[in-house]
Write a protein of this length. Structure first.
Length: 278
């Protein structure tokens, strides 16, 4: 009998204790659940391009590191994603990181490169980034320790969306301004001006890409530019035998796949070798 009373008393005590704790647990449960979700925590909005710019500015502040770069890549997402391994938006897709690391990360000091590509940049944004700080820009090419052999430019395709009219003339004018600004900032560097790659959109390629490439090639061959400018035509290397965009070298009709970055790397490295042998 005494044992039963003790058991009953113990049960009653724990039951009462549990009832007393229940409100606390109920209050805590939502907080515990919320803590599992990123959406339940404060976080400032930082776009991808802002992270890229911050990383870039950190690299450009490293005076000792800057002196080692023989190449500077300037461009938009196509250039930017040379540094991306697993694609952030397309699961299972790989971009150019392995290709970059194998070729431009320093194993060959003559090809060691810094990548100044930012996804989403139009030509005017690149012009702003390399404009001297005293003129309101970021002065990205003005660091005294930065003395590259080559500045490698791929720019203009983003200006074919929400474009000025005519789009091809606007892009050509912008690229010419970019080349002039790069040459002014880095007069001892040779400039590699690359053609636009074909897109999956037949009309965009026909009406914009092909005319732009034709004009840029003619521009690079003028005597005034020959001393410091070399045109590299990437376009034909990304076509099928029928003249369409080779979809095996792209993953979304615009950006190269890992295979596409290998093709680009091979064409570019060969062009630089030939230019150095001149």
């Amino acid at each position: 009998m005494t044992g039963n009373l003790r058991a009953t008393g113990t049960y009653s005590f724990f039951r009462l204790f549990g009832l007393m704790c229940l409100p606390v647990l109920l209050l805590a449960a939502p907080q515990l659940a919320q803590a599992q979700f990123k959406a339940a925590k404060p976080e400032a909005r930082v776009e991808y391009w802002q992270n890229r710019l911050a990383t870039m500015e950190s690299q450009l502040a490293d005076k000792q590191g800057l002196s080692q770069y023989r190449l500077v890549f300037l461009g938009d997402s196509i250039t930017d994603f040379f540094l991306m391994g697993e694609n952030l938006w397309f699961p299972g897709i790989k971009n150019g990181r392995s290709v970059w690391d194998a070729t431009f990360a320093g194993s060959d000091p003559s090809l060691k490169a810094i990548n100044l590509g930012i996804s989403g940049d139009r030509i005017e944004h690149m012009l702003y980034r390399i404009q001297p700080k005293r003129q309101g820009g970021l002065g990205q090419l003005d660091h005294k320790s930065l003395k590259p052999d080559y500045v490698v430019i791929l720019a203009g395709i983003n200006n074919s969306w929400a474009s000025e009219t005519p789009a091809d003339a606007s892009i050509v004018a912008g690229v010419k301004a970019l080349v002039a600004s790069v040459h002014a900032r880095q007069p001892k560097a040779r400039i590699i001006l690359q053609s636009l790659m074909p897109t999956q959109e037949v009309s965009r390629t026909k009406d914009v890409v092909i005319p732009v490439n034709r004009e840029l090639k003619a521009f690079a061959e003028q005597d005034a530019q020959k001393a410091y400018l070399t045109f590299v035509d990437l376009y034909p290397h990304f076509l099928t035998g029928e003249g369409a965009q080779n979809s095996a070298l792209f993953y979304d009709g615009l950006h190269p796949s890992e295979a596409g970055y290998k093709v680009w790397r091979d064409v570019l490295v060969a062009a630089i070798a030939a230019d150095r042998a001149r």
